[in-house]
Ligand binder design. Structure first.
Ligand code: PGA
Length: 251
């Protein structure tokens, strides 16, 4: 199975910086091939421009979308609108949206169902907070999130999605989970999906302070099929190195 490297740009970059970044990736050969799938998820306003830029071997994704087709939802973006500007993926249920927009598992599942319906591949995020890790409830939290999402999205939709395990305490903190910590939760997710009748082929990405320094070790874990990268996806050299590590591990 090839490795996924997904860049989540969040609310960053100007049009000029965005083009510099994608050109830098192309120059570093940090693009998709048979070993690695490279996906970038820029802010909505940059998608169309990047799509027009003809970067064929880097896939585009949105950072969220609405759960209905269209209508009076001020400030929202539909799954079809993302499709129309070249997206093939969408991140759903990122912890920053769970925290700031109060998205819950049922809503995330509905978004995944609708995104799948219009032809976007959801990248569904789960993960525990630091308190939850400290009180020993990591597996329960992740299981509960997955069950809520499966219940509203259907197991078929989850089976054709990617799941990103993103411990909240590791996001943007520089304090990544160790490869052992990540592998342990990934193995749990894999077995819970299996117990829920979902194929063990669902790619499981790790996210949270992934850098060129820890990527190779993470990718080498048996249940880690890729990474969802925030801060380190904003610099061409750094993101390219992560992609090169993925390629070496996959080879
Ligand atoms: P980070 O973000 O790599 O900056 O920790 C990851 C994410 O939020 O997806």
């Amino acid at each position: 199975m090839s490795i996924y490297v997904v860049g989540n740009w969040k609310m960053n970059l100007t049009p000029t910086a965005a083009i510099d970044l994608v050109q830098g990736l192309a120059r570093h050969n940090a693009v998709s091939d048979e070993l690695v799938n490279v996906v970038i998820c820029p802010p909505f306003t940059l998608l169309s421009m990047i799509n027009d830029h003809d970067i064929r071997s880097i896939s585009l994704g949105g950072q969220t979308c609405h759960h209905v087709e269209k209508g009076a939802y001020t400030g929202e973006i539909s799954a079809q609108m993302l499709r129309d500007v070249g997206c093939t993926y969408v991140i759903l249920g990122h912890s920053e949206r769970r925290r700031d927009q109060h998205e819950d598992d049922a809503l995330i599942g509905r978004k995944a169902l609708h995104a799948h319906h219009v032809g976007l591949r959801p990248i569904v995020c789960v993960g525990e907070t630091l308190d939850q890790r400290h009180d020993g409830s990591t597996f329960d939290v992740v299981k509960h999130q997955l069950d809520g999402i499966i219940a509203s999205a259907s197991s078929d939709v989850v089976a054709s999605s990617l799941i990103a395990y993103e411990p909240v305490w590791a996001i943007g903190t520089g304090l990544a989970a160790t490869a052992e910590q990540a592998q342990e939760v990934h193995a749990f997710i894999r077995s819970h999906l299996h117990a829920s009748g979902i194929s063990s082929q669902v790619p499981l990405l790790y996210g949270g302070s992934v850098t060129s320094g820890n990527a190779a070790e993470l990718f080498a874990c048996v249940d880690i099929d890729g990474a969802l990268v925030g801060g380190a996806s904003l610099k061409a050299d750094e993101f390219a190195q992560i992609i090169h590590h993925a390629r070496s591990v996959a080879a």
